[in-house]
Design a protein around this ligand. Structure first.
Ligand SMILES: *Cc1c(COP(=O)(O)O)cnc(C)c1O
Length: 487
């Protein structure tokens, strides 16, 4: 390029890009190697207070040092998902093949809202989503698209549900001119379902929380009674959301039972499978999501349990035609026939106008390593939670929230002499101390008033030995904290 602006000439210089790219990939590969080495001195996170971090980054921006040497500081200041002692929130460490596709996506920057602005990425996305529909066991004609996160996917699916399963037209006339519409969902569902309902203008009466059993699964036998009650109040239930699984404890609702209920009562069946729908990829764990093939729509996050960098979410419709109803301007949705649709015009179906090329990250994984890598990953990570639970059961002083079904495991340290309040307080302080030390990363959750330490095994490099070290750390912190408490 030969522009008047030297800055622009420099910034677009292909050789500069090549040099910087090689240098950055080297840094990231070194980081991956170190993380995998299991060196005990390597922290998962180097916790800094927000203000401290802000000041540091202001200094880096203004500093005199070379323009390129902030990458190391970026790596240092980030949490390290590739470290085997990362057991915290549900994101998985990204596979190099997927991360490289992400770089390509960022560089090519195809907007995908219209077909012309992303031909390859549009075709690839369809291939990926149809492979997912097939893994779920859905019939042909099942398809969908990818979207920016489970939160947006759930909102989109519920908008489709209301469009398809209500007599009025809230989309055009507004929700206030309609009878109260209601979504049934488990008491333990992710907060984004409630948010979606409220965004849809249904208010807090728009969500009916079905109580859960002792394993935090929806008590589906209560559904008929609840349906009767809402109808008596002149409300219009239109959808049931099954959790596969819940976020807090990783509990899978009985999807077949919800499907039976929805079929019998002409309700839309949506599965929030953001975390666990991927169980469909494993022969060993498939039973967890039996019935998913009967759902009208399913959301699945590739960034949670499929080693894909965020955000990458599939929204699958059993009948892909339904996807065109969501944002259609027509009062009654008229197209019945897939042939009249333009599957490749994604902005007709998605919230996004400019849409990120996320499908290529998943395609890159499949093309490089084959589909079976997802099964290997699920079996490894879900299996580890089972081993960890066994270890806890054979160690005195630990309680589990419930037996883990997937890679989420919630436990706490308890002592018969502690009150419930003290148990909650001690576990909370333990989690805080672990965050500050940075050797491990775990989170916490409160279910039905009890505070648990929450681990998600999303790094396939994590071994039972790593978890055992964590339990010892928890024990020693508990001793220290309860002594301080007495003093
Ligand atoms: C993580 C999660 C979500 C939200 O998905 P995002 O991709 O973070 O927007 C929704 N539902 C469940 C069950 C989840 O675990």
């Amino acid at each position: 390029m030969n522009l008047d602006s030297h800055a622009l000439n420099d910034a677009f210089d292909p050789e500069g890009f090549r040099r910087q790219g090689i240098d950055l990939i080297n840094k990231l590969a070194d980081h991956l190697k170190a993380a995998q080495s299991g060196r005990p001195d390597l922290k998962v996170t180097d916790y800094q207070a927000p203000e401290e971090s802000l000041n540091e980054w202001k200094k880096i921006l203004e500093g005199d040092e070379g323009r390129d040497d902030w990458w190391e500081q970026l790596i240092q200041g980030s949490i390290h998902l590739h470290n085997p002692k990362y057991m915290g929130h549900q994101l998985s460490p990204s596979l190099p093949a997927a991360a490289l596709a992400g770089l390509a996506a960022d560089f090519l920057n195809n907007g995908m809202g219209v077909y012309e602005m992303g031909q390859a990425a549009t075709a690839i996305e369809r291939i990926v989503v149809e492979a997912v529909a097939k893994a779920f066991g859905m019939p042909s004609g099942a398809s969908g698209f990818m979207t920016a996160g489970g939160t947006l996917g759930n909102l989109t699916a519920l908008l489709t549900a209301r469009r398809k399963h209500s007599s009025g037209d809230a989309w055009n006339d507004g929700a206030r001119n309609q009878p109260q519409h209601v979504v049934f969902v488990s008491d333990q569902a992710h907060y984004c379902v409630e948010r979606a309902v409220k965004i849809m203008g249904l208010g807090k009466s728009g969500i009916l929380r079905v109580p859960v059993d002792q394993n935090f699964k929806m008590q589906t036998q209560l559904l008929p009674e609840l349906l009767e009650q809402t109808k008596k109040q002149n409300m219009v239930p239109f959808a049931v959301v099954g959790s596969a699984c819940t976020t807090s404890t990783g509990s899978f609702d009985n999807l077949n039972s919800i499907a039976d209920f929805c079929e019998a009562n002409d309700l839309w069946f949506h599965v929030d499978g953001a975390h666990g729908a991927s169980a469909a990829f494993s022969k060993k764990y498939r039973a967890l999501v039996d019935g998913i093939e009967r759902a009208n729509s399913v959301v699945m996050d590739f960034h949670k349990t499929m080693m894909t960098p965020a955000l990458a979410t599939a929204l699958v419709y059993r009948n892909h035609n339904d996807a065109y109803a969501t944002f259609s301007q027509q009062a009654r949705y008229l197209w019945d026939n897939a042939e009249t649709e333009e599957w490749y015009e994604l902005s007709k179906q998605t919230f996004e106008c400019t849409k990120y090329m996320m499908g290529i990250k998943v395609f890159s994984i499949i093309r490089s390593h084959g589909f079976s890598i997802f099964e290997d990953y699920i079996d490894q990570c879900f299996g580890l939670a089972k081993s960890a639970s066994k270890l806890l059961r054979s160690t005195s002083g630990f309680e589990l929230a419930c037996e883990p079904e997937c890679n989420i495991l919630c436990f706490r340290i308890a002592d018969p002499s502690w009150t419930e309040e003290k148990t909650n307080e001690i576990n909370s302080q333990i989690r805080e101390a672990i965050l500050q030390e940075g050797q491990f990363y775990i989170v916490q959750t409160v279910v039905q008033g009890k505070r648990f330490l929450r681990t998600t095994f999303s790094n396939p490099a994590t071994q039972v030995d790593d978890f055992e070290l964590l339990t010892r750390k928890v024990q020693s912190l508990a001793t220290r904290i309860s002594k301080l408490d007495q003093a």
